[in-house]
Design a protein around this ligand. Structure first.
Ligand code: C2E
Ligand code: MG
Ligand code: MG
Length: 749
């Protein structure tokens, strides 16, 4: 720490007593140290150290002085006053030292005190006393010595005191201020040097390229290690200060001009940023261009390249996820809508048509219930793959949830061509799926709406396609339907449906239709299957395909199922009373939930006894998925019901995951070959062979076999040839209301 002599020692300070003057010099030195301390802040010596030094000074010096004065002028008034003055000094320093914290204001106060001490005590009091002592030592009397001392304390001394005090004044007002400022600057410069070192360390250690160019010619000003290394490794260019864009982009013609344009934009517009896909590594940089200003004038452009590759990848991943179905990775509904909009605008240009297909798997819920969600998921993926293989470049396959798929066929062509394509899809889905070791056979239904014929926008067309799908399902599934404005059924969302269904039961809007079952050989009527219908005031007559799954999901199927059992038993009991014969049986479909929830045994007993129906005339229809679900419990319930006399049929046999062992394990009476299977036996020799095998196996197990969905005589004939026992289908009759069924039976006998 340099010492600045603000108060240089002046020969007028001398008292002529060496022992005193040495110590006064020491005080003046401490005074200068204090001034320097103030000017340079808290640099060493610290204020604390200064106070200690002053206290030491006072303790030593004052005793020397006081001894001297006392020796010459014992008990004289000036000696006493002088001692009091010393005491004040000690008191002042002591007070200063006791303060808990020391700040610059205190240091200034200290300086003030010392300067006045120098002016008042040392220059006046000490010198005068010293002159007295010197005079007495020369032999003068005390009074003579005092007189001469007063003479020596002439105007010059007063002038000197004035100079000291005004120096102090100026010092505090200007010099100290100036010096403080100076020290601040020096500190700032040191901090700047430090921060610059820190900055370049940081800037060099980052992997992000950072550089700056001159505003005048875009020559390189500064650059960090990242960009230096990049140019050295990728382009064998050694970057140097002052290089022009043309020089460091010598390897890439045209680049210099691109970069000059970037720089110019920063000069013209101020800070901005652009995304920049690097030619190497496919890295995406966010380039921040910032004008560098000095005194308000733009002197350069600083560029910082932030690597946002990870963020971009995450963004595109997020976009993918937002627009795709996680299970199948197919576009979701939103993306399908987007694709549809693109396709429809192309169609507007080319005068073409775009088809929107809503495709729904017919027995998916059963697969899920029977084999678990993992298998269900795998099946959905397999379905997606198979459908995808049938599509062209202008088509989109998406999944909108559950087993609902959406297809946009870009170049739809004629209605005939569309029907053919949709038919091909259904055909493809019929071939068994090999999933988790199961050979699953499923079918699907498709609703089609066409742009611009059926609607102008995606939402409208989707509604129309859903309505058409609804109709396809109601009509017995495994079918394609085109939207027709005349459809009197309205597809509504499941929630509204659920609420309406609950009310429907209370309001008695359900009814049963009966589809006759006949002996294939003799044509005799054996009974009927009770099929649920909902006569909704808003929707018209609704088929079970449209609401059974909602009723199952909501649990409503349990009370609805109880009602079906009671109603079927009541009406079947009435057939006998109406003279329709003694032996007509009634088939009632059961849902899995009725086994799991609710007391099925009690419900059946109540229904049968309440109606006065012979339990042998009631046949409960179960599906294979139900049998697989909770085999032991189901078997036990079946055994109890069997003891009562109730019969069991296995419904929808042949629709996939058929497990022949269930034919053995459960107390069944009848096998119902599913209509989707029956429908193709006329066309396909292989299917016919399988049908024959099923019938044989059923017979071998002691079961009667009934074929469902027979629509034409040829199929009936084929089944007859295959020794199928019984039949049910439109060929004989559609499901009929109870009264109409009674009429139908009467008409045949
Ligand atoms: P399911 O038990 O296989 O019933 C046969 C379905 O095939 C009936 O459809 C019937 O109308 C239809 N069908 C009969 N013959 C032909 C034909 O020759 N050609 C065509 N294309 N279809 C024919 P429906 O009445 O729409 O019933 C559909 C399904 O709803 C039933 O299939 C059954 O699984 C379920 N279901 C019906 N009523 C009830 C019920 O009360 N409770 C429960 N849990 N499910 C029911
Ligand atoms: Mg049935
Ligand atoms: Mg069936």
């Amino acid at each position: 720490m340099q010492l600045i002599e603000i108060f240089p020692w002046n020969e007028h300070f001398n008292t002529g007593l060496d022992s005193i003057d040495v110590q006064h010099r020491r005080l003046v030195a401490l005074l200068n140290e204090l001034a320097t301390h103030i000017a340079f802040g808290s640099a060493a010596p610290s204020f604390d150290e200064l106070l200690t030094a002053l206290a030491d000074y006072a303790a030593y010096h004052f005793s020397t002085e006081e001894a001297l004065w006392h020796e010459a002028l014992p008990d004289a008034a000036e000696t006493v006053a002088h001692r009091r003055s010393h005491a004040r000094f000690i008191e002042f320093i002591g007070g200063m030292r006791e303060r808990p914290t020391h700040d610059s204001a205190q240091a200034a106060e200290m300086l003030d005190f010392l300067v006045h001490w120098l002016a008042g005590h040392i220059l006046q009091s000490d010198r005068e006393l010293a002159y007295v002592v010197t005079g007495m030592r020369e032999g003068l009397s005390a009074d003579e010595a005092r007189r001469r001392a007063r003479e020596r304390m002439s105007g010059a001394t007063q002038a000197m005191i004035q100079i000291i005090l005004s120096t102090f004044d100026a010092l505090t007002r200007n010099t100290l201020e100036l010096m403080r400022e100076l020290s601040r600057r020096r500190g700032a410069q040191a901090a700047l040097a430090n921060s610059q070192a820190l900055l370049s360390a940081v800037v060099d250690s980052t992997a992000s390229p950072i550089w700056s160019v001159d505003a005048a010619d875009f020559a390189l000003l500064t650059f960090n290690a990242a960009i230096r290394n990049h140019f050295a490794q990728q382009h064998q260019v050694e970057l140097t200060r002052g290089m022009s864009p043309e020089q460091h982009f010598a390897h890439a013609p045209g680049y210099a001009e691109i970069w000059r344009a970037y720089y110019r934009r920063a000069l013209a517009e101020g800070a901005y940023r652009v995304e920049y896909l690097t030619a190497y590594g496919g890295q995406t940089l966010q380039l921040h261009f910032n004008p560098i200003r000095r005194d308000g004038v733009v002197v350069g452009v600083a560029i910082f390249g932030e690597d946002i590759s990870a963020r971009k990848a995450a963004e595109s991943q997020a976009r993918f996820l937002a627009l795709h179905d996680a299970l199948t990775r197919l576009p979701n509904r939103e993306l399908v809508a987007e694709r549809f909009t693109v396709a429809s605008s192309l169609a507007v240009r080319d005068g073409g048509r775009v088809a929107l297909l809503a495709l729904d798997l017919d027995q998916f819920k059963a697969v899920n219930d029977a084999l678990g969600h993992r298998t269900g998921d795998a099946l959905l993926r397999a379905v997606a793959t198979r459908l995808q293989s049938l599509l062209g470049a202008e088509d989109t396959l998406g999944r909108s949830g559950g087993d609902d798929f959406l297809l946009v066929l870009g170049n739809a062509g004629s209605t005939e061509r569309l029907a053919e394509r949709a038919g091909t899809m259904l055909e493809a889905l019929r071939a068994p799926f090999d999933v988790d070791g199961h050979a699953l056979r499923i079918s699907a239904s498709i609703g089609v709406a066409v742009y611009p014929d059926d609607g102008a926008d995606f939402d409208t067309l989707l509604r129309q396609a859903d309505t058409a799908l609804f109709v396809a399902k109601s009509a017995g599934r495994d079918d394609v339907r085109f939207f027709d404005a005349a459809f009197n059924v309205v597809a509504v969302d499941a929630l509204a449906l659920r609420a309406d269904l609950a009310l429907a039961l209370q309001r008695g809007e359900f009814e049963l239709h009966y589809q006759p079952q006949v002996d294939l050989g003799s044509g005799a009527v054996l009974g009927a299957e009770a099929l649920l219908r909902w006569r909704s005031p808003q929707r018209g007559l609704v088929a079970p395909g449209c609401f059974i799954s909602v009723a199952e999901d909501s649990g409503l199927i349990v009370p609805i199922g109880s009602w079906v059992l009671q109603q079927a038993c009541r009406e079947a009991a009435a057939w006998r009373a109406a003279g329709l014969g003694h032996a007509l049986s009634v088939g009632v479909n059961l849902s899995a939930l009725q086994f799991r929830r609710g007391d099925l045994l009690a419900t059946v007993v109540d229904a049968v006894h309440g109606a006065g129906l012979d339990p042998h005339r009631l046949e409960l229809e179960l599906t294979e998925s139900l049998l697989l679900e909770d085999a032991e419990q189901v078997r036990e319930s079946m055994r109890q019901l069997k003891r009562l006399g109730v019969r069991f049929a296995l419904d929808d046999f042949g629709t996939g995951y058929s497990n022949l062992s269930s034919l053995q394990r459960f107390p069944l009476d009848r096998l119902k070959i599913d209509q989707s299977f029956v429908r193709h036996i006329g066309r396909d020799a292989a299917e016919a062979q399988i049908a024959r095998s099923i019938i044989d196996i059923g017979h071998a197990r002691g079961l009667q076999v009934i074929a469902e969905g027979i629509e034409d005589e040829a199929t009936a004939e084929l089944l007859r040839g295959a020794h199928c026992d019984q039949a049910q289908g439109y060929l004989f009759s559609r499901p009929l209301p109870a009264g109409a069924f009674a009429d139908w039976v009467r008409a045949r006998s």
